[in-house]
Structure formats: C-alpha cells, structure tokens
Design a protein around this ligand. Structure first.
Ligand SMILES: CC(C)(COP(=O)(O)OP(=O)(O)OC[C@H]1O[C@@H](n2cnc3c(N)ncnc32)[C@H](O)[C@@H]1OP(=O)(O)O)[C@@H](O)C(=O)NCCC(=O)NCCS
Length: 177
C-alpha cells in the first residue's frame, strides 16, 4: 500500500527554462538525489557534464522548478529525430525534485511543461527509462501517462583487475625502454 501523503504547498513554484546560473544548483540537487545507495547506475552516470552537455546541446529542453530563488526541481530532455523518419521522439533524460518539496506536484508541473514544449516541437512520442526498483519514479511516470513498460537489464563489468594488470605491464615496458 502506498502511505504517501500529498503535501500542500503554500505558494506556487515557478517552472522555467534552465539558465547558465542554474547549472551548479541543478548538479548539486542531482548529487543529493542520485546517491550510490539510492541507485548505483544513476549515481555513476550523474556528473556535472551531464548538466553542462545537455544544457549546451538542448537548452530549450532543460527546465527547472524554482521556489523563492531556490532550485527545487529539474527536468532535462532532448529530441531524437531520425533521418529517414517523420517521427520525432522526446526523451526525458533526468528528472529530480528536492526531497523537502516532493509530493507537492513539482514533478507533475515540470512534466506538463516539458510535454507542452515537446508537442510544440512536433514530437509524436515521449520516452523515458528508469530502474525497475525506482517505485516513486515508476508510479510517477505511470500517473502522467507512460505505458507499456519493457524490461531493460543493466549489467556492469568491473575492470579493476584488468587495469592493475595493464598498469604493471606498462611499468615493465617503461623500465625496459
Ligand atoms: C519521482 C519524483 C521526480 C517525483 O516527484 P514529485 O514532485 O514528488 O512528484 P509529484 O508530487 O508530482 O507526484 C505525482 C504522482 O507521482 C506518483 N509519485 C510521486 N512520488 C511518489 C512516491 N514516493 N511513491 C509513490 N508514488 C509517487 C504519484 O502517483 C503522484 O500522484 P499523487 O500525488 O496523486 O499520488 C521524485 O520522487 C524524485 O525526485 N525522485 C528521485 C529522482 C528520480 O528517481 N528521478 C527519476 C529518474 S531520473
């Protein structure tokens, strides 16, 4: 059973496009959310370049939620256009809401803004992915209309011992030269 209580927010959070000044606050909010304990994959793939590169490539598709000058949420997305197809896909890459502002409808507002921008840009389908045990995100995506989930398996291969071996070989080679 979901015991989550809907919180009431006293004031309106603004949804707007990300600006250069938002890069650091968005990155730090992501660091707070995408921890190793919460999700090893999100933790490993979240870094400042995620924010900077997406901002640089698709500024008009990066949004923030602002409450009294504080960034309390973000949504980073892009459009995938295939060369020989009329289909344009809107890919929701990152979504996060400051824990103290969760369950106040912030992600819903970010999503609806994103959805409207995608419609205006000729997008015919929205795509998103997240881990199978990220219940809050999955319920959120279902609530806003995503359907037909397909299983996607994440695997990892640790190269630590291969790295050590490689470095030893390099060392020996350098000694010989
Ligand atoms: C997922 C997340 C973005 C939701 O943000 P939010 O602002 O709290 O979401 P909203 O208040 O707009 O919730 C809308 C709906 O989503 C679902 N939902 C949101 N949080 C939920 C939770 N903790 N448990 C179950 N359902 C949840 C509910 O269906 C909710 O509707 P309801 O309020 O009528 O029950 C937020 O929990 C978060 O930042 N999680 C960590 C980051 C993350 O996992 N991002 C996604 C992968 S990139």
């Amino acid at each position: 059973m979901n015991n989550r209580k809907k919180k009431r927010s006293d004031h309106q959070v603004d949804i707007r496009c990300m600006t250069i000044d938002d890069i650091a606050p968005v990155f730090h909010l992501g660091e707070k959310l995408f921890t190793l304990e919460f999700s090893p994959n999100l933790y490993r793939t979240w870094d400042e370049y995620e924010v900077i590169t997406n901002f640089q490539n698709d500024q008009e598709f990066c949004f923030v939620a602002e409450d009294n000058d504080e960034i309390v949420g973000f949504l980073i997305s892009s459009i995938i256009a295939k060369r020989h197809s009329s289909w344009r896909y809107g890919y929701l890459i990152w979504l996060g809401v400051e824990p103290s502002h969760q369950s106040e409808g912030v992600a819903s507002r970010l999503f609806h803004h994103f959805r409207n921008v995608m419609i205006k840009n000729g997008v015919r389908m929205l795509l998103v992915d997240t881990e199978a045990d990220n219940v809050s995100a999955l319920q959120f995506f279902e609530k806003v209309g995503f359907e037909k989930p397909k299983k996607h398996i994440y695997l990892s291969l640790n190269l630590d011992s291969a790295q050590t071996l490689y470095k030893e070989k390099e060392k020996k080679r350098n000694c010989k030269e």
